[in-house]
Design a protein around this ligand. Sequence first.
Ligand code: ADP
Length: 355
Amino acid sequence: RYRLLAEHASDVIARVTADGRVRYVSPAIAALLGIDPVVVVGSRLQTFIHPADRDRVGARLASPGEGGAISFRMSQMDGGHVWVEASTHGLGGDDGDVVAIIRDVTRRKAAEDALAAKTIDLERSNAELEQFAYVASHDLREPLRMVANYLQLIDRKLGDGKDEDLTDFLGFAIDGAKRMDRLILDLLEFSRVGRNRPEFEPVDLAEVLYAAAQPFRDKIADGGGRLELPEAAPAVNGDRQELARLFQNLIGNAVKYVPPDRAPEVVVSVAVEPDGVVVSVADNGIGIAADHRERVFQIFQRLHSRDKYEGTGVGLAICRKIVDLHGGRIWIEANGNEGSVFRVALPSAEAQSTN
Ligand code: ADP
């Protein structure tokens, strides 16, 4: 019955002496190497192993119980190689024989290698892109400043001698240069997220949220609005400064994207959920249509013209980058019939320390 089991298993089952001679091998060896089992029995196992892997396999046969499964290459009849994974067990008899169960892992190995190569490629192109964004935004500012400065000089030099058209044209040109500078600065900030990142540390979310809301308190109070912050919140592992910037962007938007005749109401809350700590920033603003809730996280994507709401469209892209670096998730939901809720799920510090 054991022979029947061995003969019908798709893995190769072999019995080998401690010095590597094959006493038995199951028929699956024919499919693996294209060699008749009769030829293999009595031969040295090493003959069928890639020369570079022979020593490792030999060492394993000498102490079969050690170290879990072992991967190596076997030589096929047609000159090719297959990657296999083998588990080995000493039979416990005086002769020191070893049973090896050998599985073909060529396809898995190829997929793993391809994945590893792709990951390296991706990391490289990502680093290049970041470097490009950084250098481009850094170096573009200098000539732009020159354009803006000389436009202002021309404006001053012409003084009152300009007609209405020329005044307008110069005004537009100076405004355009300033706006471009703002865009470049934001792009620079975007490319800086995650650079020279300090070690993550447990960060008290309540403190971060309090600090992030600080710059908007006056504006909310002046408009007769309301700001609600959680009194206590769990800690998350992260970069305090970047988390503060994340929530400052979200609270800033919650205050900004409100119709002019409405008092802003911003409610920030924290809940502990199975997939981490979820921070919600809810507003009573103009809301975001379901179709646009992913798009707004792309860089330079805006849903409104500048004459209605000022901005560059970089804030939420920075938010997503920060959340990604923290291993979290950010998404938007509707806030009842009015406004939006931005939710940020972050891995809790506790969950991470027990991992
Ligand atoms: P910016 O505010 O500079 O335009 P963001 O990346 O912060 O850039 O936001 C992108 C776009 O998403 C905004 O232009 C706006 O249309 C929309 N948006 C962001 N936050 C809100 C919000 N709380 N309510 C409604 N729309 C929002």
